[in-house]
Ligand binder design. Structure first.
Ligand code: HEC
Ligand code: HEC
Length: 357
């Protein structure tokens, strides 16, 4: 009996810790290199499961063809590899590239121009946009979900007493998105875990350039204990000015699985194309925000080509060439963007570093 006491005490303590230190639904700790997921979006396991179902459900679109996952494709870094500009309802071309959703829980500002700050509210953007999921209003969609034999009880279980509402639909999808964490990889083990061998010599050279000569970390921040690779701000890197961004051919997805080479000028004529995109300026009207876009987080970036708000750069090597040239010259180019004078070996090292994220 005397021997059993400490063991009993230990398991009692463990149980007490589980019950009191971790309130119901508390999330797993974040992987190494990431801060804790903000409580406002973390949600419970039941919410995440419901959110996942909603994220993949085509019936949430007006004509039953489009789900969130068809533009934010899980195997493609929760972005779309095939199309530079997203294709929405009935093949309509959007004017911007679908961003990756990895680590989106940590973003203070959503969309390439940062026009939304609330992940749960954001879902109503694509759900209602005529050229995205095309729902005519919030009411009919919510009424349908409340009446649905599967969704009705699932919402009730995740949000007792509330069921499906505009708010709870957003919170469920946000909880799923907030669990799409990318961290604890080789970069994190090497830089935050002291495991030098986790990165190769070439990747370490890329890291040194990233935080040094190439100046990348001035905007794609790397902190002392965590790294989000973004300063949560906007910069004019001159992408919108690149020659060739509005001409030439590009592979575009017309419908799920149907790809065609399209003349970009034709896409621009038919739709609100990249030429009229002036970025953050559209939100603030501040001249300094003209052609400025949110600094993207770079974890998992090798999976989510093409790059930039308009998907105009196809590979990471093209991205490095772009920065090496000093971005796209224009009157309000960010002063941190300048010709870098990188050698071929240094460019390759930077690409290798990005691929290691
Ligand atoms: C037709 C393609 C398409 C569909 C469908 C779609 N999205 Fe998007 N998504 C985009 C594009 C394009 C952007 C960037 C738009 C911009 O910046 O103006 C975006 C941006 C986002 C962002 C902001 C990410 C960031 O880094 O700022 C989130 C979050 C998001 N979408 C979630 C969703 C959810 C949830 C759904 C389903 C309810 C959904 N999307 C449906 C194409 C799509
Ligand atoms: C002045 C701030 C700034 C600096 C310096 C900077 N970036 Fe960026 N980076 C941005 C912004 C803003 C974007 C988004 C531009 C857009 O969408 O048009 C971006 C986009 C990217 C992308 C594309 C990510 C995606 O998902 O589309 C990569 C990769 C990238 N930067 C890597 C780098 C590297 C490598 C360096 C150093 C050589 C660097 N950046 C220097 C601000 C910066």
């Amino acid at each position: 009996m005397r021997r059993a006491a400490p063991a009993f005490l230990a398991s009692f303590l463990a149980l007490a810790l589980m019950l009191f230190a971790a309130p119901a639904g508390a999330q797993q700790p974040s992987p190494r290199g990431l801060p804790p997921v903000p409580a406002a979006v973390a949600g419970t396991p039941a919410m995440r499961k419901l959110g996942e179902k909603l994220f993949f459900d085509r019936s949430l679109s007006a004509n039953g063809t489009l789900s969130c996952a068809m533009c934010h494709i899980p195997a493609q870094g929760f972005a779309s590899n095939q199309s530079a500009l997203s294709i929405g309802m009935e093949g309509r071309s959007l004017r911007r590239n679908a961003p990756s959703l990895y680590n989106v829980a940590f973003k203070n500002f959503l969309f390439h121009d940062g026009r939304e700050t609330d992940l749960a509210a954001q879902v109503w953007g694509p759900l209602l946009a005529a050229d995205e999921m095309g729902n005519s209003g919030i009411g009919p969609l919510i009424a349908r979900l409340r009446a649905d034999a599967e969704y009705g009880p699932l919402f009730e279980a995740s949000f007792p007493g509330e069921g499906a509402t505009m708010m709870t639909l957003g919170r469920a999808i946000a909880a799923y998105e907030a669990a799409l964490l990318r961290g604890g990889g080789r970069f994190d083990r090497a830089v935050y875990g002291g495991e030098r061998a986790a990165l190769t010599a070439r990747e370490w050279l890329g890291y040194e350039l990233f935080i040094g000569k190439a100046g990348c970390a001035a905007c794609h921040l790397i902190g002392a204990e965590t790294a989000l690779f973004t300063d949560q701000s906007w910069h004019n890197t001159g992408v919108a000015f690149r020659s060739g961004a509005t001409s030439g051919k590009r592979l575009v997805q017309l419908a799920p699985g149907v790809l065609q080479n399209i003349d970009l000028a034709a896409v621009g004529l038919a739709q609100t194309g990249a030429p009229r995109d002036v970025g953050r300026f559209e939100i603030t009207n501040a001249p300094t925000d003209r052609w400025a876009y949110t600094t993207p987080m770079l974890r998992g970036v090798s999976e989510s080509s093409p790059y930039m708000h308009d998907g105009s750069l196809r590979t990471l090597a093209e991205v490095i060439e772009f920065y090496d040239r000093g971005g796209g010259a224009n009157p309000s180019l960010d002063p941190k963007i300048r010709p870098l004078g990188l050698t071929a070996q240094e460019k390759a090292a930077l690409v290798a570093f990005l691929e290691a994220l």
